[in-house]
Write a protein of this length. Structure first.
Length: 261
């Protein structure tokens, strides 16, 4: 074995020992490219390590996406702002920069079913993941059920720490079902512990004035709103249902030519 071959094998061994698998795999091609282009040592090393950095970030991004528990992989570009003119596109794109996370500002999407609240909430969550933040999605009903189970099994504190951990907690579909006092208290605990520490993106079909209809305890409703609205961006959405509009569009496509409304 020549000296160059020995050094090459040692380099591969060093990369493997340091768990730099992507760099080790790219090493032969990068060496060939460096020889062909007469690349300097510093430039060669930067290019090799950049491959490892990119691979590491891709793995971390995939891990954040798995953790997020999204029901769909929506992004801002999937939302049709022209079909929902009540939504301020400039505001949503500003929120997608994630600057609101710096001071734990909350985002509330309020509107009737089907207008795109969940899509926008997940899209903002996706944007947060892209900028390196941890996000977790849950419906209000699932959050309450998980907290009930945790209380019965003696895992209340670990569950509270779990919901307090992500930079962004998305709580979807608040108000579709009434919440008994026990569930409302659990949701209040999550909101209270995240207050001024982590952002909540919440979607609801009821305006804040109607939150007393969701909870049997109006005191808890007022306390939740106090914490959520202290630092918040409220996005009210009007208009037709996305799903209904999509169904009507598909029906028009299937309709035989010559038929009229």
């Amino acid at each position: 074995m020549s000296r160059d071959d020995s050094i090459y094998q040692q380099l591969r061994s060093h990369l493997a020992y340091l768990n730099l698998g992507a760099a080790a795999e790219a090493l032969p091609n990068q060496l060939d490219r460096a020889r062909a282009n007469k690349t300097g040592h510093t430039e060669f090393l930067e290019a090799l390590l950049r491959i490892e950095v990119d691979a590491t970030e891709a793995r971390r991004w995939e891990g954040r996406m798995r953790f997020a528990n999204f029901p769909a992989p929506w992004t801002i570009d999937d939302f049709d702002f022209t079909a929902q003119p009540s939504v301020d596109e400039a505001l949503i794109r500003e929120l997608a920069t994630c600057s609101y996370l710096a001071d734990a500002t909350n985002v509330l999407f309020i509107g009737p079913p089907g207008v795109g609240k969940t899509m926008l909430a997940i899209a903002l969550g996706h944007a947060a993941i892209d900028t390196g933040h941890r996000v977790y999605y849950t419906t209000a009903a699932d959050l309450a059920a998980r907290c009930r189970k945790a209380a019965l099994e003696g895992r209340w504190e670990p569950t509270m720490r779990f919901f307090n951990g992500p930079s962004v907690l998305i709580v979807d579909e608040l108000g579709y079902l009434p919440m008994p006092a026990e569930d409302a208290a659990a949701l209040f605990q999550v909101i209270s512990r995240r207050y001024l520490k982590g952002s909540i993106i919440l979607t609801t079909n009821l305006g804040v004035a109607s939150w007393g209809d969701i909870f049997t305890d109006t005191t808890i409703a007022a306390a939740m709103l106090d914490r959520l609205l202290h630092k918040s961006v409220v996005v009210s959405i009007d208009g037709d249902s996305y799903r209904l509009r999509s169904h009507q569009a598909q029906a028009r496509k299937r309709r035989p030519k010559g038929d009229s409304d």
